[in-house]
Design a protein. Structure first.
Length: 302
């Protein structure tokens, strides 16, 4: 994934004195100490890894993996403790499309962080009414759901109270990505069949909650066009700092325009070698005519 228009674009405790040879008083906990305390590594195996590390000049995690004493999950768990970010084990039911959770040190996720910084400066930090952002695209298959989900994760990793809303009530995907199953969601709230309990907190990802699309209604455009949707966003803004809203493709319906108008801002997604430049130009022009602030665009090459 490449961003285009870059214009869019516990605290770690000090270790107490211990007889553990891996712990040095006054320093942040080393990986070996974290793994021993969590029961993932024995003291004897930790010494073997340390010896190999000293002799070969490699990192502790690399040494452990080379010796077959540590798994990739072990290393990722220890790093999550050291750098205080959410750890998602490889056996999790969450989709591996959620690269911000599974591959936090990848180039693609670093680009998402850069995009996050630009969005904070250009939109979210500019007033209490700037909390919602529609993720939109002109055509289908451009990767809106993928970008929306991973962008929501990186905002949550920043410590922002983040809500991901699936407003694609035609072919929704967020309930699949986050393994939420069939449950009440946005459509059900808008017709009064559910309340805020439809919002699911993702335990494995601190500060992130998801409101899935819910039951597929026969009239999604009308539901989004009602004042109840605007009132819902205003109500949710009291509990969340950032609301990322997934939408259907604009070529299929007017839902994306409606959501973007309600939030006031949109992030436009296009796919390399797939999106139509003409279609994209017409779409962005129409958003501007509706008074929507285009805070940026993303060229998705995944």
């Amino acid at each position: 994934m490449n961003t285009q228009n870059s214009q869019i674009v516990r605290s770690i405790p000090l270790v107490k004195a211990s007889t553990n040879p891996l712990v040095e008083s006054g320093h942040a906990r080393p990986m070996g100490s974290i793994l021993i305390d969590s029961g993932r590594l024995s003291g004897g195996n930790a010494e073997k890894i340390l010896t190999f590390q000293r002799e070969n000049g490699v990192r502790f995690g690399e040494a452990g993996r080379t010796l077959g004493l540590l798994t990739e999950d072990d290393v990722r768990f220890a790093l999550s403790v050291q750098f205080h970010y959410s750890y998602i084990p490889s056996g999790s039911s969450l989709s591996h499309e959620l690269i911000a959770a599974y591959q936090p040190d990848s180039v693609a996720v670093e680009e998402l962080r850069m995009l996050r910084s630009q969005l904070m400066l250009r939109w979210f930090n500019n007033g209490s009414d700037h909390k919602g952002l529609a993720v939109v695209s002109a055509g289908s298959g451009d990767g809106r759901s993928y970008i929306a989900a991973n962008l929501a994760i990186v905002f949550s990793q920043l410590g922002e109270r983040t809500l991901l809303i699936d407003a694609d009530m035609r072919i929704p995907r967020q309930h699949i990505l986050f393994s939420l199953g069939k449950r009440a969601g946005l459509s059900d709230i808008l017709v009064g069949r559910a309340g805020s309990d439809a919002i699911v907190r993702i335990d494995a990802l601190s500060n992130l909650s998801v409101l899935s699309a819910g039951a597929i209604p026969p009239n999604p455009q009308e539901l989004l066009g009602r004042q109840s949707f605007s009132k819902l966003l205003l109500s949710l803004a009291e509990d969340f700092d950032v609301m990322i809203i997934d939408t259907p493709p604009a070529s299929a319906c007017a839902d994306a325009h409606t959501v973007a108008v309600r939030t006031g801002a949109a992030l436009v997604v296009a796919r390399q070698n797939r999106s139509s430049v003409v279609q994209l130009g017409q779409f962005t022009h129409s958003l501007r005519e509706f008074g929507v602030t285009l805070v940026g665009s993303v060229l998705n090459d995944t």
